[in-house]
Design a binder for this molecule. Structure first.
Ligand SMILES: [Zn+2]
Length: 347
């Protein structure tokens, strides 16, 4: 097994927070255990009995063009971007444990950016820089930054934890795990989360305690939410434009959709890599690319990699969309692909 973050002893939280942590193995960023016995942190953990580890747990890299159904860790963004001087310096040092303010949990934290831990920072930084306190990644903090500090929001907050505590809004998150979910889950009311559990299920069905929703046809009534969050989800939806339309339907007027997507910064048009044919079978138009999926070992196929034309398409759906490029090492936000989008439902 490839360990992204080196030795276990350095990264383990106190044993009191991880019962029986000898049963877990470190597994790179964003790989929470499927056994439900702990939450992801640092590089994330998988329980040794986790189905994701079946077959020996060889790790494949999208960036390196290797794909395997046995892949268990895929921290790579499919599109590498050159680093700027600050990022390069931070990731070139043999030992660099950099402090930052985590805008998810609202506490001072730190993360490892050393070269030993991030051998391919051009593709790894986006899913790395894991907060030692709440497990939030670089991408999580990019999303949190826009939720909390959008110039169009009525009130601004220092952190997502503060937002969840003070803001009286209805929120729909398309993730039911990880740091952003854990923070929103502290809201007293108004928070709904889901996962795409099984394509055979009807939207709105609960499976294993998790709400199943197909983003192309959810079970929510019209105008249900003030805020919808999809973080690297829409590229896995066979028809992302239907999903955008559905999000428009369930948003209240002037509601916000904050999202991240794999995005070509140097192309003019969105790339469709796969689609469903008339018999609802997957037809690959390009070499398949998969992302790590904590819910299932077979990984999630990337149907679409977006580009700048997404802004015009969202306009036709009824959104006004703003694209932000974030970079703030003080907030633990690194790399040149910190793109976050904010769509407003036009009245
Ligand atoms: Zn944190």
């Amino acid at each position: 097994m490839r360990r992204i973050f080196g030795t276990t002893s350095f990264h383990c939280r106190p044993a009191a927070k991880i019962p029986n942590n000898r049963d877990h193995v470190h597994n790179g960023p964003l790989a929470p255990c499927l056994c439900g016995r702990e939450r992801p942190y640092w590089g994330g953990l998988l329980h040794r009995d986790s189905p994701a580890l079946a077959g020996g747990g060889r790790i494949a890299s999208v960036a390196e063009g290797r794909h395997s159904k046995r892949s268990i860790v895929k921290p790579f963004y499919p599109i590498p971007y050159p680093l700027n001087a600050i990022d390069r310096l931070a990731t070139m040092l043999p030992y660099s444990c950099l402090p930052f303010y985590c805008n998810v949990c609202g506490r001072m934290s730190m993360a490892i950016l050393a070269k030993k831990c991030l051998p391919h920072p051009e593709t790894q930084l986006r899913e790395s820089v894991i907060c030692i306190r709440c497990g939030a990644s670089n991408r999580n903090r990019q999303v949190a930054a826009l939720i909390c500090r959008s110039p169009f929001a009525k009130r601004q907050y220092a952190s997502l934890a503060r937002f969840a505590k003070c803001e009286c809004v209805t929120v729909y998150n398309t993730e039911a795990a990880r740091a952003i979910h854990n923070t929103f889950n502290t809201m007293k009311s108004g928070y709904v989360c889901s996962e795409f559990v099984d394509g055979q299920l009807e939207s709105g069905t609960r499976s294993g305690g998790i709400l199943h929703q197909d983003l192309m046809k959810t079970s929510f009534p019209d105008q249900s939410f003030d805020l919808v969050i999809t973080s690297d989800v829409l590229e896995h939806v066979p028809n992302p434009w239907a999903a955008f339309g559905e999000i428009h339907r369930i948003l209240k007027p002037e509601g916000r959709h904050v999202f991240t997507i794999p995005f070509y910064q140097d192309r003019a048009s969105t790339e469709t890599r796969a689609r469903l044919n008339e018999r609802a079978e997957i037809a690959h138009l390009k070499e398949p690319v998969y992302h790590n999926d904590p819910l299932r070992p077979e990984e999630a196929l990337v149907f679409t990699i977006f580009s700048i034309d997404v802004l015009a398409k969202l306009e036709t759906i009824g959104f006004k969309t703003v694209m932000y490029k974030l970079h703030n090492p003080l907030l633990g936000i690194y790399a040149q692909n910190g793109l976050v989008f904010e769509s407003f439902k036009r009245v």
